[in-house]
Design a protein around this ligand. Structure first.
Ligand SMILES: Cc1ncc(COP(=O)(O)O)c(C=O)c1O
Length: 374
């Protein structure tokens, strides 16, 4: 079978050349006669891999010296708790901007752990289709929290809120290394790897050293304490070795493609191609507002969605069209385009590893589908 174009929101497509390299090394990594899957994480062969991965993150993201780079487990969702446990330790108060499911879940987790959460802005009024403008955050908060790219809603911050002395925490799970980012503006960044960096299994954390506390909130488990991982080079326990090995290869692939700036140029080209098509179509439209649009996740609806909210027959027709779209796209080798139920319609996730050819193939299919279903 030939390979498909995979528009999954995560886990998602990986660069083909990385997959080929992994395949070539599967049975014998670097003359060791073993797969990286089988190796001790403390072996001479493995240690350079995790060290290189860390050095590559530092290089590609221009991470300042006073930040630690950690590889932890538990996905983005575990970070919702770790951030609260480790940073919510002075006033016990935190500010959250609610821009969709993932920001909300993070706030709920913090509240569950006893943090006094203030939702300082929300875009719930328009089903999270935009990013609220909060240029300045002030108050006695231990930290301020944003979800920089909202995977489900397809929105992305086009600015970084000014927080003065309040550490700014950002979930960059679905936009990490898709663009240049000034790490020094943040106290902590985290990203589940399974969208832009690697298969599922590892979470990248970049944390300013002064936020690595010896004394997180009472009862915080050892594994949920950043210091545990910082003091042990992300090797306090067995790390997700193979995932980190793939991550390292993906980072080298990003470097070969011009680093964050080079990759961003390609991402802008891909996203512009798709949004231009959507904005000029009388059959489809993008759901995210201009000025808040993600380069990575592009949800879109058809004209059949127009009256679906208050008309049962229209809703049934919309569902029929959406199902048909996804089915026919799959048959054409364009997979995982079903939209999230909170937005409906379709969603094309066009992460770093998606090629411009893939986006062009999607647009060609969309044109044909529109003509056949007017
Ligand atoms: C922006 C964002 N944050 C957090 C998560 C949760 O990540 P995980 O499944 O790794 O816990 C996701 C998952 O898709 C996400 O898109």
């Amino acid at each position: 079978m030939s390979r498909v174009y995979n528009f999954s929101a995560g886990p998602s497509c990986l660069p083909e050349e990385v997959l080929k390299e992994c395949a070539a090394e599967m049975l014998d990594y670097n003359g060791t006669g073993q797969s990286v899957m089988e190796m001790s994480h403390r072996s001479k062969a493995y240690e350079p891999i995790i060290q290189d991965a860390e050095a590559m993150v530092r290089k590609l993201m221009k991470v300042p010296e006073n930040y630690k780079i950690l590889f932890v487990q538990g996905g983005g969702s575990t970070q919702f708790a770790m951030v609260a446990e480790n940073l919510g330790i002075h006033t016990g108060k935190a500010a959250y901007i609610e821009t969709g499911v993932w920001a909300k879940k993070a706030a709920q987790e913090a509240a569950k752990l006893g943090i006094e959460v203030t939702t300082i802005a929300s875009s719930k009024d328009k089903n999270y289709s935009y990013i609220p403008k909060v240029e300045k955050i002030e108050g006695d908060y231990d930290y301020a929290y944003i979800c920089f790219n909202n995977t489900i809603m397809g929105t992305h911050y086009e600015y970084i809120p000014e927080t003065g002395n309040i550490p700014l925490v950002a979930d960059i799970s679905s936009c990490v290394l898709s663009e240049e980012l000034d790490v020094s503006k943040f106290g902590l960044l985290f990203a589940g790897a399974q969208k832009n960096l690697a298969p599922a299994g590892v979470t990248l954390v970049i944390i300013r050293e002064d936020l690595i506390t010896e004394t997180p909130r009472a009862g915080t488990p050892t594994m949920l304490t950043y210091k545990t991982h910082a003091d042990n080079g992300s090797m306090y326990n067995t790390p997700p070795c193979y995932t980190i090995y793939v991550l390292d290869k993906v980072l080298h692939w990003i470097e070969k493609n011009g680093g964050a700036a080079g990759i961003n140029k390609l991402n802008v080209e891909k996203a512009d191609y798709l949004y231009n098509f959507l904005d000029n179509s009388d059959f489809y439209h993008a759901t995210a507002e201009k000025g808040s649009r993600s380069l990575m996740n592009v949800p879109f609806l058809t004209k059949y969605s127009d009256h679906a909210a208050d008309d049962e027959a229209a809703a049934a027709k919309e569902k029929e069209i959406n199902d048909k779209f996804v089915k026919e796209a799959t048959a054409a080798g364009l997979v995982n385009l079903k939209g999230h139920r909170l937005v409906g319609g379709m969603r094309a996730s066009i992460y770093n590893a998606m090629t411009l050819d893939g986006v062009k193939a999607l647009v060609e299919f969309m044109k044909k589908f529109a003509a056949e279903n007017k």
